[in-house]
Design a protein around this ligand. Structure first.
Ligand SMILES: Cc1cc2nc3c(=O)[nH]c(=O)nc-3n(C[C@H](O)[C@H](O)[C@H](O)COP(=O)(O)OP(=O)(O)OC[C@H]3O[C@@H](n4cnc5c(N)ncnc54)[C@H](O)[C@@H]3O)c2cc1C
Length: 457
């Protein structure tokens, strides 16, 4: 017998928009997070328009079927994972760039547009959409909005929320709300746009976004500096940020990460290197001058060596080490990627503390990160065949978050809570903050239709 939800959605959206093939459903159960459970979905639906999303939300709501909205499922917190009996609402067919306005410097898009697709389209008009998560070739604008994604150039330009002017959202009631505005300024009412950004699919389905653009940046140049210690590298990063320069990228790699990269591919990194800093300036004709100043600052902070790129190809080569992080860590074992962010003044204490946590729990913790934002990705690596090592890795993962909080930071700078960190959320928000979150969720979604069990337990 056909599932009544599937039958209703097929009649409203057409047969090919609704999938109940178990193999396809199985392949859509998970995002990229490890250690997050995923349930068995009831069906997958791919609406093409806001009106179709309304149909889907109404049908699921009336039948009491929870909805998990999915973009590209590159999330790292389990927020896009299926729950048992849910309807997966994929934005894979909502891929239109509806408008690019040079005059207003905005783009209006459907949520399934892939970040890189938008970035390339606006660049053709000499415009720039800065949010650039490393997953930009895969992840969707809707997913970036729902996770408030960051990226490499956030250090200069800000994160996704800084570029979302307005949203169209389908609410649990099936009503459509437009939040925010197209104009650069506007303060009427509560900032519902910012509330929905980062809400991880728990408050509604984003069906359209109006995004602010910037003039395209000029060509970027890169400097790469190696240091004997973690402390020297962090101190140099702090000095670069305090110098008045505005690097368009400032990334850090610690010794365990550099060793993994060197083992993965010979980049000629000497054994005694304790850390590496990568910095970029995208100020065109002034980039060479900026990079030279960054090099001077690094040298003054004890850099062993500083390489300065003189063109785009050399810049690309210098950034190669950063790009290799994921592929270098994967072969070492299972990776549990943390995402703490602290005030920059606390970074040295954070990194020392992480080394102590690694020693205490006897696990390898590699620590690459967006040092300019104080956002590090301590990555606990362990042997998945060793149950004791796995237990210690999870303890270490929690200890890193506690340390980040003690230092005035957050348990997640950009990857979100999902299910991975839901049990730690109260530690950061406190009981009053958590209760307020619950009331906000209830105001938007009284029947707990959207992504139940994510963010809020
Ligand atoms: C290799 C790799 C590198 C990464 N690098 C970064 C990085 O540099 N910075 C960073 O911040 N993240 C990074 N991530 C994490 C991930 O790419 C981001 O969280 C991204 O924003 C998720 O987008 P997505 O389209 O894959 O969304 P999904 O994973 O499908 O969904 C993420 C969340 O958004 C919700 N959602 C999706 N679309 C909508 C919508 N239209 N309306 C309402 N809710 C919606 C989902 O329900 C879920 O809660 C990386 C991931 C990988 C695998």
């Amino acid at each position: 017998m056909t599932d009544p939800l599937v039958a209703r959605l097929r009649s409203a959206l057409g047969d090919d928009a609704v999938v109940d093939d178990p193999d396809v459903l199985d392949s859509h159960r998970n995002d990229h997070a490890k250690f997050c459970t995923a349930g068995a979905p009831r069906a997958l639906v791919r609406p093409s328009s806001t009106a179709e999303v309304v149909e889907v939300v109404r049908a699921a709501g009336e039948l009491g079927v929870p909805i998990v909205t999915q973009g590209a499922r590159t999330g790292l917190s389990g927020a896009a994972n299926a729950i048992d009996g849910c309807l997966l609402l994929s934005t894979a067919r909502m891929t239109q760039i509806l408008e690019i306005s040079v005059e207003d410097q905005v783009a209006v898009v459907q949520p399934g547009v892939v970040n890189a697709q938008l970035s390339r389209a606006v660049l053709e008009q000499d415009l720039f959409y800065p949010p650039d998560p490393s997953s930009w070739e895969m992840s969707t604008v809707g997913g970036n909005i729902a996770t408030n994604a960051g990226g490499l150039c956030c250090v200069k330009y800000g994160v996704t929320s800084d570029f979302v002017r307005g949203l169209e959202v389908v609410l649990a009631s099936g009503e459509v709300v437009r939040t925010g505005r197209r104009s650069a300024k506007g303060v009427a009412g509560y900032d519902l746009t910012r509330l929905i950004v980062g809400s991880e699919g728990t408050l509604g389905v984003v069906t359209e976004a109006t995004l602010a653009l910037r003039p395209a940046p000029e060509a970027a140049l890169t400097a790469a500096a190696t240091f004997r210690s973690i402390e020297d590298g962090i101190a140099a990063a702090a000095a670069v940020m305090a110098s008045g320069l505005r690097p368009s990228l400032l990334e850090f790699l610690d010794q365990p990460t550099l060793r993994a990269i060197q083992d993965h591919r010979d980049m000629g990194l000497p054994e005694d290197v304790g850390s590496m800093l990568l910095a970029q300036s995208d100020r065109g004709t002034r980039a060479a001058e900026d990079v030279a100043r960054i090099a001077e600052i690094c040298t003054a902070h004890g850099a062993i060596e500083v390489a300065e790129a003189s063109d785009a190809e050399e810049s690309r080569m210098l950034l190669e080490a950063r790009r290799l992080v994921n592929s270098a860590l994967e072969p070492l074992g299972t990776t549990l990627i943390d995402d703490v962010a602290v005030p920059r003044s606390q970074l040295i204490t954070l990194l020392r503390g992480i080394a102590e946590i690694g020693a205490k729990y006897d696990v390898l913790i590699c620590c690459p990160g967006h040092v300019g934002d104080g956002n590090m990705h301590p990555t606990v690596v362990f042997d998945p065949a060793d149950a004791a090592a796995e237990a210690r890795a999870l303890e270490a993962f929690g200890a890193v978050m506690q340390l980040g909080l003690r230092l005035g930071g957050t348990i997640t700078g950009e990857h979100g809570i999902g299910t991975l960190k839901a049990r730690w959320l109260e530690t950061e928000l406190g009981p009053v903050g958590l209760e307020l979150h619950r009331r906000i969720k209830a105001a938007f979604d009284p029947g707990n239709l959207f992504n139940p069990g994510k963010v809020l337990l």
